[in-house]
Ligand binder design. Structure first.
Ligand code: NAG
Ligand code: NAG
Ligand code: NAG
Ligand code: NAG
Ligand code: NAG
Ligand code: NAG
Ligand code: NAG
Ligand code: NAG
Ligand code: NAG
Ligand code: NAG
Length: 883
């Protein structure tokens, strides 16, 4: 190749300074996401040569005809696809939401940006299966030149088989023009070669005076553009097969004589299906639609909105990218690279759906999310894949995990599911989620452990109690299965396929599942909480006795020569299951001692799995480390394969440690890469677990609070102080007025203001201050009544055994804050109204703080007039309008 390609990261500090993260050091990503927004809108390209390769579906064995050309002073160059003279590429950038190519054609420099929005705060937007492509251009010689752009898509997007007949048309709305194409005989809910055979593909542009469009045969339209014509605004109505007389749907823009573009040229590409999912329900199945349909009567209206929202969408994408990249760079630039490459494929494997109510109307309380096990098969909500992907979801918006888990839980709580342990998935034929009742108890420990851990983590990080409350009985059944079966894994298999009576790694997952149950019960104030906690502690003590030999955890109990990546310790970290730090340190030292013998692409995930590495489990393990050296070593191992140009496939999970080969199953484009966020997910704050009412709960009080927070935290402090004051007066309790101050402790502010560096090295210690639950507060008071003189130099004295037990709650900050400062149990019990008010205030505070951390506008801002919202001028945020 006659040009050099730099792989850059765009990193902005919070002050929007431009920081170029290692601009020359990184390798180019071999395969780059172009439009990755759903299991079927999932297009990638060889990152080295967009102007001389065709984009493909994630499988890489299906070309997706998507062509782009530019004409500069009558000379035509190709910037996407492979049937012309390629433009030169001078740089490429990947951020979590965007892939950007800087290209030159003659004296024209232009940036081609593929933006797949990630919209954790707005599920209407997230569910809309569309991506943007936009171009900005300028003349390097600063002199006027004549410039035209052209782009088309072919029928290859609408079916995996070129012998299928397709039909198409072009529609003009008040604000946009779009083409659509689909199979003449769509096959509902049918996939072939992983592509949907029931989709309608859209290619759209907002109306502009300098645009033309046409549908017709590829060579004719492209040749005419190349020869100097524009498009004729006419439709080809001779419906035919995808090939060999390829119909394409084209747009061209005649910029005329320019020195630079004044605004971006924007296309939107989408793959729409309806219904989206068939889901097991009652004694049959229901058809579910994409969530955005509950907001839009027609797809046309949604397309118009998507195009007119471009500027705001881009602003949101930049804010999210900046946040993720600065959080990532605080660990290392390699780590940030992995975050950038992995997120679209994680989020793009999901479909967010809405059901219809008994009245036949959309029921927006009935939201379920489905994830395809892309790269591995067609399994729906494959439990071990969800487990791997969970960190990205917890980081983006922990609420996203709820409807994913609910799909599994609702089915397994129904009479149709008969097994006493958790299922592996909802069936193996996406988009059909019909459940699977096969008796496969061998995976019971794996799946019960995963489900309990995930269901608790969802409550812990979202504050939403609804799943643990609704499915308490089911979860308890699974916990009991784990109590009986997790320490000795006789008869069990891990999801990785390992089988042995005494597998340390699988056992600790099961035991952590029992601990998760104790946390669930604790949050729900169930009397069995301490029973599960005692069982978990007994099991983990026994496990430590069995699993550790010569200072490391062995793969199998007592087999001294064996070792593995004990990646399930990640769940123990996430849930704050009290495991001695020494154990982690010993593992760090042990992994480091094996480094010199490691193959090129890193450690196998299990010494019994000869030569097989798994990126997701390597990264989970990196997140269990206490040593930044060991952490960076493991991150580098993942990086080595992710940016390996020897085989050009979307970021795979599973590969040969020696040569990087992904045969036979590589997990390419898998959502399991959400595991890249495992280091960051540990730093997300825990929330008060409570029933979350409907999304529209924000009343006038909330607006007041929002205002106070915008203005500063002082008013909140005053309100809380007042509330506290009253409670204290009423109860005459002798407590110190530091109550609730912890929630706005300065360390989170520090993280927001100087995000670079805070997480460096000590990432495990950079946790934002934990939040105390009401129940923990009550427990603390009960406990404190048995303790006197809790202060030593202003801090509580070291915990006794019993406080340690009570505080192993993932939420109770016992080491830093004196337990006596909380209102007494009596105060909580007696003034329930005040308590509710204060809880509400604290909830709002936490949510606002979490959102400030994420640098996205809290939804509460929406109620305010746009002019009242002031943000950093360097990064103006758009205020969303509620439609
Ligand atoms: C690409 O760069 C080479 C070397 O600078 C130059 O000869 C060629 O004309 C360039 N091609 C385009 C399309 O600009
Ligand atoms: C997470 O999603 C929920 C449901 O759409 C939304 O109410 C909430 O604001 C989102 N939180 C964040 C931090 O984006
Ligand atoms: C392309 O992007 C780079 C990096 O952000 C920027 O420096 C350059 O000015 C952009 N070029 C155009 C034509 O917008
Ligand atoms: C285009 O074709 C689709 C599918 O056949 C149809 O639903 C739609 O009404 C057509 N639109 C126009 C403008 O003809
Ligand atoms: C290509 O251009 C020629 C000359 O203008 C015209 O006759 C022909 O119809 C065009 N072909 C198509 C497919 O538009
Ligand atoms: C809407 O969905 C919720 C949650 O599944 C359910 O409780 C409620 O009954 C549904 N409403 C209607 C009208 O069907
Ligand atoms: C159910 O799971 C079993 C075991 O994994 C598998 O063999 C079978 O094909 C699955 N059945 C369906 C309908 O997905
Ligand atoms: C595993 O369980 C089987 C059946 O319960 C039993 O026969 C066997 O001895 C057990 N193996 C070990 C190593 O405990
Ligand atoms: C792959 O990467 C290596 C090492 O950076 C480089 O020498 C080689 O040219 C690259 N190959 C391709 C096809 O980009
Ligand atoms: C985690 O648990 C330990 C005790 O096991 C406790 O000291 C610590 O405060 C907890 N951390 C969080 C964030 O809750």
């Amino acid at each position: 190749m006659g040009f050099s390609l730099r792989y850059l990261l765009l990193v902005f500090s919070m002050l929007s300074e431009f920081v170029d993260g290692q601009s020359e050091s990184s390798l180019p990503a071999p395969s780059v996401p172009l439009a990755v927004k759903s299991p079927y809108l999932n297009a990638w390209i060889n990152g080295a040569s967009p102007g001389s390769t065709w984009p493909t579906f994630w499988t890489t064995n299906r070309i997706l005809g998507w062509a782009g050309y530019v004409r500069v002073d009558g000379q035509t160059y190709q910037w996407l696809g492979n049937d012309g003279t390629a433009a030169n590429i001078s740089a490429s950038y990947v951020t979590p939401t965007r892939s950007i190519f800087t290209m030159t054609a003659g004296s024209l420099e232009f940036n081609v940006t593929f933006l797949s929005p990630i919209e954790p705060a707005d599920w209407n937007k997230q569910s809309f299966p569309f991506s943007y492509l936009y171009i900005d251009a300028k003349l390097l010689d600063n002199r006027p030149h004549v410039v035209q752009f052209y782009s088309d898509i072919s029928g290859e997007w609408a079916s995996s088989d070129n012998t299928n007949k397709v039909e198409w048309n072009t529609t003009e709305t008040s604000s946009s023009i779009f083409h659509q194409i689909q199979r003449s005989s769509m096959q509902p809910m049918v996939e072939a070669n992983d592509m949907a055979e029931d989709s309608t593909v859209y290619y759209a542009m907002a109306k502009r005076s300098d645009m033309t469009w046409q549908t017709g045969t590829d060579v004719l339209l492209r040749r005419n553009f190349s020869d100097g014509s524009l498009l004729k605004n006419i439709q080809d109505t001779d419906f035919r097969n995808i090939a060999p007389i390829w119909p394409v749907l084209a747009f061209a823009v005649d910029l005329g004589t320019i020195t630079q573009t004044s605004e971006s040229l924007v296309w939107a590409i989408g793959v729409v299906r309806d219904p989206l999912i068939r889901y097991v329900k009652g004694s049959g199945a229901e058809l579910r639609s994409s969530y955005f349909r509950s907001k839009y009567d027609t797809v046309n209206a949604a397309v118009d909105d998507f195009l007119s929202d471009f500027d705001a969408a881009k602003t949101r994408a930049l804010a999210l990218d900046n946040k993720i990249m600065s959080d990532g760079v605080a660990v290392s630039t390699k780590y940030a690279d992995l975050l950038a490459l992995s997120l679209r494929q994680t989020v793009g494997a999901m479909d967010i759906t809405v059901g219809r109510g008994s009245n036949g109307k959309w029921n927006t309380s009935d939201v379920k999310i489905f994830m395809k096990d892309i790269g591995t098969g067609r399994r729906v909500n494959a439990v071990e894949t969800l487990y791997a992907a969970l960190p990205a979801l917890l980081y983006l918006n922990a609420s996203l995990a709820g409807p994913l888990l609910d799909s599994l839980l609702e089915y397994q709580a129904s009479p149709r599911y008969l097994n006493s342990y958790a299922a592996t998935d909802l069936g193996a034929s996406y988009p059909n989620a019909l459940g699977n009742n096969t008796d496969i108890s061998a995976f019971g420990v794996e799946n019960c452990g995963n489900m309990l851990i995930m269901t608790y983590a969802h409550a812990q990080k979202s504050g939403d109690e609804s799943l643990i409350a609704r499915y308490y009985d089911l979860l308890k059944k699974w916990a009991n299965f784990l109590v009986a079966n997790s320490l000795h894994t006789n008869g069990s298999s891990s999801a990785d396929g390992q089988v042995n009576p005494d597998m340390s790694n699988l056992a600790i997952k099961g035991i952590t599942g029992v601990f998760a149950m104790s946390k669930i019960s604790e949050a729900l104030e169930k009397p069995d909480a301490s029973d599960y906690k005692n069982k978990a502690i007994k099991l983990v003590t026994d496990w430590e006795g069995l699993a550790i030999s010569s200072n490391h955890i062995t793969t199998y109990y007592g087999v001294m020569s064996s070792w593995s990546l004990i990646y399930n310790l990640y769940a123990a970290r996430l849930l704050n299951f009290s495991i001695d730090d020494q154990l982690y340190q010993n593992q760090d030292a042990f992994y480091a001692s094996q480094a010199s013998a490691a193959p090129q692409f890193g450690f196998p995930y299990d010494t019994n799995a000869i030569d097989a590495a798994k990126s997701q489990w390597t990264m989970f393990t990196a997140a269990t480390t206490t040593s930044s050296t060991t952490r960076d070593m493991l991150v580098s191992m993942v990086y080595e394969r992710a940016f390996f140009n020897g085989s050009v496939v979307p970021f795979p999970t599973t590969y040969n440690t020696n040569n990087g080969s992904i045969s036979p199953i590589g997990g390419q484009a898998s959502p399991a890469q959400g595991a890249m966020f495992s280091l960051l997910a540990l730093n997300t704050p825990d929330k008060l677990i409570a029933l979350i009412s409907s999304p529209s709960k924000s009343g006038p009080d909330v607006a007041v609070i929002a205002g106070a927070v915008v203005g500063g935290v002082a008013l909140i402090l005053a309100i809380l102080g007042l509330a506290y004051f009253f409670s204290r007066r009423r109860q005459q309790c002798k407590v110190m007025p530091r109550c609730f101050g912890i929630e706005i402790a300065p360390s989170s502010t520090a993280r927001t203001c100087s995000s670079l560096g805070v997480l460096h090295d000590e990432h495990h210690n950079a946790l934002p201050p934990p939040i105390m639950t009401t129940k923990a507060a009550a427990a603390a008071v009960r406990q404190s009544s048995r303790m006197d003189a809790p202060y030593q130099n202003g801090y509580p004295k070291p915990q006794s055994q019993s406080t340690a037990e009570l505080s192993s709650s993932g939420t109770y900050p016992s080491t830093t804050y004196p337990s006596t400062v909380y209102p007494s149990t009596a105060a909580i019990g007696d003034s329930s109204e005040l308590r509710a008010q204060v809880e509400e205030l604290r909830r709002e505070m936490m949510e606002l703080r979490a959102q400030r951390l994420q640098d996205v506008p809290p939804p509460l801002y929406r109620d305010l007039p746009a002019g009242n919202v002031s943000r950093s001028s360097a990064q103006p945020m758009q205020v969303e309008t509620v439609n």
